[in-house]
Design a binder for this molecule. Structure first.
Ligand SMILES: *[C@@H]1O[C@H](CO)[C@@H](O)[C@H](O)[C@H]1NC(C)=O
Ligand SMILES: *[C@@H]1O[C@H](CO)[C@@H](O)[C@H](O)[C@H]1NC(C)=O
Ligand SMILES: *[C@@H]1O[C@H](CO)[C@@H](O)[C@H](O)[C@H]1NC(C)=O
Ligand SMILES: *[C@@H]1O[C@H](CO)[C@@H](O)[C@H](O)[C@H]1NC(C)=O
Ligand SMILES: *[C@@H]1O[C@H](CO)[C@@H](O)[C@H](O)[C@H]1NC(C)=O
Ligand SMILES: *[C@@H]1O[C@H](CO)[C@@H](O)[C@H](O)[C@H]1NC(C)=O
Ligand SMILES: *[C@@H]1O[C@H](CO)[C@@H](O)[C@H](O)[C@H]1NC(C)=O
Ligand SMILES: *[C@@H]1O[C@H](CO)[C@@H](O)[C@H](O)[C@H]1NC(C)=O
Ligand SMILES: *[C@@H]1O[C@H](CO)[C@@H](O)[C@H](O)[C@H]1NC(C)=O
Length: 432
């Protein structure tokens, strides 16, 4: 028996020994790889700004590009006197030089009809829109572009019609994106023929980010219209101020209104480096209002978009973190870190959704309360109801604290009884 077993035993032992060597060698390689990985990770982590050089975004004017050759933080404000871009707004804003694409040839057909009619590839659309954002503002009165992201019809349409009736024709634009229904309004409606080509949209998904970028892109490409500000609204949203009030509030503002705060620790487990540090991950409501310059940044970004699309999962909320993180990193001083759209998050029982106002909530007091707010006292979107304290912030407008916070409010259910109650509200309350 031993005879039979010996050779095979020794063979087996020999096999084991050589295998041990292999494992030892493999172990050495693994340690080596890990070691160099840690070393390079240390090198990368010790870099002050992890934004990669390939990062692409809007262009500088020729003068500003020249300035950019030496500087680390050039002013974004255009010094080209013929340019009607950002001008005196955003005096505190800056971007690192490398965030600009080198000026190149722009052979894009900016005929917006092409984009309205044809479902073009988003990359082409966004590229053209980025160009448009860096061109001088088209002639005409600067406009607020209202970008409606709709799931269904616009039940509050009568209110919006009233709101826009108080506006000069040439001071606003409307663009709608509806995924679930055919958007057909009579030709007397302000919403008539304002729908952009649509794509299916899912909440918490990259498709919602895509829709935001598509709406911004269409509005930027509408080169016949001097769209200067971009306001995202939903079908559950309504204005709580008159149009002229809203117009002045936006047009005179030195910051965009993007709610942006650092989410609670337990929601920050995403591997974001080396593109950006986890502390820079910011969150806020989707319903933002931004200056043309920021709109250009959002449509022009490639790098952050790819990162978010590739692996923002689970603890990461794409539609509430992409724009917020991007602008927090690129232009922290250019955003107010707060929203102009009221939402009632004060009751933790509502879970992951703010109070949906219905006929029982709709009265004069509600609107007086919303209009008089100079602090975020009804909560902002939070990852958890156990941190209400950080929401008691005073609303700062152009450096002035205790300014009116809200121009719009949500959520309002579209039930006929609710709409009826809203329509009955007097002009003396809503301002329109
Ligand atoms: C860039 O720096 C060089 C040397 O420091 C200087 O001569 C040149 O004028 C600077 N250019 C600009 C546009 O500031
Ligand atoms: C807006 O323009 C239309 C025609 O395009 C005109 O009928 C209407 O009177 C204008 N309204 C205002 C407020 O200028
Ligand atoms: C608006 O629609 C009505 C019928 O729905 C039509 O008679 C009218 O010509 C249209 N007006 C315009 C300007 O298209
Ligand atoms: C929208 O308006 C354009 C002209 O401004 C017209 O050519 C087009 O047919 C309209 N589309 C619809 C769906 O009404
Ligand atoms: C905004 O600017 C306009 C002039 O462009 C001015 O008439 C208006 O009073 C300003 N509004 C505010 C709130 O500062
Ligand atoms: C918004 O927050 C950033 C820090 O994240 C800060 O630098 C900036 O000043 C804030 N914006 C305003 C208008 O206070
Ligand atoms: C209105 O909403 C509240 C919850 O906030 C609910 O209790 C109440 O039944 C609703 N009323 C109507 C008429 O739907
Ligand atoms: C809101 O402010 C106005 C004037 O500033 C005041 O008349 C009104 O009483 C206030 N309403 C509430 C509910 O505080
Ligand atoms: C919130 O503020 C109150 C009073 O200022 C304090 O008692 C409480 O501990 C704070 N809560 C948190 C979570 O910081």
């Amino acid at each position: 028996m031993t005879n039979v077993l010996s050779p095979s035993n020794s063979g087996r032992l020999g096999f084991l020994k050589s295998q041990q060597d292999v494992w030892l060698t493999r172990g050495g390689i693994v340690v080596l790889i890990l070691g160099s990985f840690m070393f390079f990770k240390f090198l990368i982590d010790s870099q002050p700004s992890p934004i990669p050089a390939e990062f692409t975004i809007g262009r500088l004017s020729p003068q500003a590009s020249a300035d950019c050759q030496n500087c680390t933080h050039p002013r974004v404000v255009s010094t080209d006197p013929t340019s009607r871009l950002p001008e005196s707004t955003f005096p505190n804003s800056y971007l690192p030089c490398k965030d600009y694409v080198k000026p190149g040839s722009s052979t894009h057909d900016l005929d917006v009809d092409k984009y309205f009619k044809v479902s073009v590839e988003d990359s082409e659309l966004l590229h053209a829109a980025q160009d448009a954002a860096t061109n001088p503002l088209p002639d005409g009165k600067p406009k607020i572009a209202f970008l409606f992201i709709l799931r269904k019809e616009i039940p509050l349409e009568p209110l919006w019609e009233r709101f826009f009736a108080g506006a000069d024709n040439d001071s606003y634009s409307i663009y709608t994106h509806a995924s679930w229904w055919v958007n057909q309004f009579p030709n007397s409606s302000v919403f008539h023929n304002r729908s952009i080509s649509t794509k299916e949209v899912k909440r918490f998904d990259i498709t919602l980010v895509d829709v935001v970028r598509r709406l911004l892109a269409f509005a930027l490409l509408d080169t016949g219209r001097a769209n200067m500000w971009f306001m995202l609204v939903s079908e559950a949203c309504m204005p709580v101020r008159s149009f002229p009030y809203v117009y002045d509030y936006f047009m005179n503002s030195t910051t965009s209104f993007v709610e942006s705060y650092s989410p609670l620790k337990r929601f920050k487990r995403w591997h974001t480096e080396p593109l950006f540090k986890l502390e820079q991950l910011h969150k806020g409501e989707l319903w933002v209002s931004m200056h043309r310059r920021h709109a250009g940044m959002v449509v022009g970004d490639v790098t952050f978009y790819r990162k978010f699309k590739a692996d923002c999962r689970d603890d990461c909320v794409l539609d509430e973190e992409y724009v917020q993180t991007l602008l927090h990193i690129l232009d922290p001083k250019g955003i107010a870190n707060r929203s102009v759209t009221y939402a009632d998050w004060s009751n933790p029982k509502h879970g992951d959704s703010p109070l949906k106002h219905n006929v029982s909530h709709i009265n004069l007091e509600l609107f007086r309360k919303i209009q008089n707010r100079t602090e975020n006292r009804d909560g902002q979107y939070m990852d958890s109801s156990d941190d209400l304290n950080h929401t008691m912030q005073t609303c700062i407008y152009n450096g002035r604290p205790s300014s009116p916070c809200f121009l719009f409010a949500r959520k309002f259910s579209g039930e006929p009884a609710d709409v009826e109650a809203l329509v009955k509200l007097p002009k003396s309350i809503l301002g329109y």
